[in-house]
Structure formats: structure tokens, C-alpha cells
Design a protein around this ligand. Structure first.
Ligand code: ADP
Ligand code: MG
Length: 259
């Protein structure tokens, strides 16, 4: 083969969209030489780098599309601080078989116990496993559906929320639903039923959801679909935020004993 100018090779790698190899070509080839890799091993090594870069990009992009409200992941969750949670169950959930099967997950518990943190962490795990994820708060979801309904675009909006493989609906129950909203939510749950997974977090137990939805018939219909294939994680205990403040001595009279 005739000698190839570095600029020509760079152009070819660009055309083939092998940008990780292109950008690190010299250092990758040096590394291959240092490790005394065969030609076949060198090719595999270059492919590995290209794939790793693509995975990173995909995960970064999917994270943006998911609209997580803050940066959290499961590795930052202190299981020792939350003994009511079975760490093994969460690790099992992070393997995302429930997402593959389109099942539902309910994270229930009082404010501050880590529901949103776990929801984001599991959402990130789902992205890592290759699934599309969207995070939305229950009030924003319902407001979006109600607005679309009023503008005659409900079907389109339901389609938008039905699309991701995992839809995370956070903070169900902090605000009671309008009667119409419960029905809109029901339509969404039906649309996603057995197709995509729903992860719901709520500060109310399932028995109180008729108060949240304001309509026992619609609540039964929602729960019927939601609980059919589902797991429920109930978290008990103190708010993590208040615990930290208490430790720092900011909350008078309730100081936790020094560890
Ligand atoms: P919830 O959604 O149940 O109200 P959050 O997930 O918002 O609670 O948790 C409140 C804050 O405390 C967040 O900043 C969260 O990251 C943190 N937090 C809660 N539980 C834990 C935990 N066990 N380990 C680490 N951080 C936690
Ligand atoms: Mg929360």
C-alpha cells in the first residue's frame, strides 16, 4: 500500500465517523505498540475506544433528554442511613429487568427519605442499560396534559409521555388532582400499560390515593393497571435533610447523639 498522509487518514476516519480513534490516534497507536499488540488486537483496542466514546455520548445525551431535576446516582445513596430500604432490592432494580418487562415501581414514603434520589438513580441505571427515560413531576405532568387537552392536542401529549421506555413521575400526592386531571392521568397509565414502565414516587400510601385523585372510580382503575405488574418500595424513617441538619446541631433540642 502507498504511504498515507496523516491528514488523509484523519479525513477517512472523519468520513467513517470514527472520531474517538481520529482524536486519539497517535496515543492509541503508541499504547498498542507499548503493549506489543498484534494487528488484530490493535484493531480490537481501537474499536473498544470508539465504542466507549459512543456509549459515553449516548448516556450524556439521554441524560439531557430525561430532564432529571438534579445530579444524583445510586452510588451516592447512603444505604446505611436508610435501614428501611433493602439495598439488595435496589441493586436488583438497577439491573432494569422490570423496565425490560414494562413493569411499574412505586417508591413510597414521607418527605426527605430519598425517593427522588433513588428515582433519578434508577433512571440513570435504565439509561445505562440502553432504555429511554423521561422524568417529570406529577404537577407538571398533569398541567401539561390539561393544557394539551384544552388546546385539542391531548393525543399528541399522551404520545409524548407514552414514548420513553421508563417514565418517572415524581411527587404524586403533594398536591391533590383536579377531577379532570385524574382522568387524564388514567389515560396516560392506560396508554403505557404493559408497554412502558412507570416509576412513581409518593408521600401518600396507596390507600390514600383516592384522596390524591379525588375520584374513587378513577383511582381504582389507575391502581388496577398500575399494581398488576409492580413492585412497591416503602421507605420509613426520618428525613435525610433534617437528619443532616440535626447532626450539624442546627435543629435545637433534637440533637442526635454523637456518632
Ligand atoms: P424525597 O424525594 O423522599 O423527599 P429526596 O430524594 O429529595 O427525598 O432526598 C432529600 C435530599 O437528601 C436529597 O438531596 C437526597 O440526595 C438526600 N438523601 C436522601 N436520602 C439519602 C441517602 N440515604 N443517602 C444520601 N443522600 C440522601
Ligand atoms: Mg422528592
Amino acid at each position: 500500500m502507498r504511504p498515507v498522509e496523516p491528514a488523509t487518514l484523519t479525513g477517512w476516519l472523519t468520513r467513517l465517523h470514527l472520531t474517538a480513534i481520529r482524536d486519539q490516534l497517535d496515543s492509541l497507536l503508541d499504547e498498542a505498540a507499548r503493549q506489543d499488540l498484534s494487528l488484530r488486537e490493535t484493531l480490537a483496542f481501537l474499536c473498544e475506544r470508539e465504542i466507549a466514546r459512543r456509549d459515553e455520548r449516548r448516556i450524556e445525551m439521554a441524560g439531557k433528554i430525561a430532564h432529571f431535576p438534579c445530579a444524583r446516582d445510586l452510588s451516592g445513596f447512603d444505604f446505611a442511613a436508610q435501614p428501611s430500604i433493602d439495598a439488595r432490592q435496589i441493586r436488583e432494580l438497577a439491573a432494569c429487568r422490570w423496565v425490560a418487562h414494562g413493569e411499574a415501581l412505586l417508591l413510597l414514603g414521607p418527605p426527605g427519605v430519598g425517593k427522588t434520589h433513588l428515582a433519578i438513580g434508577l433512571g440513570r441505571a435504565a439509561i445505562g442499560a440502553g432504555y429511554s427515560v423521561l422524568f417529570v413531576s406529577a404537577p407538571a405532568l398533569v398541567a401539561g396534559l390539561a393544557k394539551a387537552h384544552a388546546e385539542g392536542r391531548l393525543d399528541e401529549r399522551l404520545g409524548f409521555y407514552a414514548k420513553p421506555k421508563l417514565l418517572i413521575v415524581d411527587e404524586l400526592g403533594y398536591l391533590p388532582f383536579e377531577p379532570d386531571a385524574a382522568h387524564l392521568f388514567f389515560q396516560l397509565v392506560s396508554r403505557r400499560y404493559e408497554r412502558g414502565s412507570l416509576l412513581l414516587t409518593s408521600n401518600r400510601s396507596v390507600g390514600e390515593w383516592d384522596k390524591v385523585f379525588g375520584d374513587p372510580v378513577v383511582t381504582t382503575a389507575i391502581l388496577d393497571r398500575l399494581l398488576h405488574h409492580s413492585q412497591v418500595v416503602t421507605i420509613r424513617g426520618d428525613s435525610y435533610r433534617l437528619r443532616e441538619k440535626r447532626r450539624a446541631g442546627l435543629l435545637g433540642g433534637q440533637a442526635a447523639p454523637a456518632a
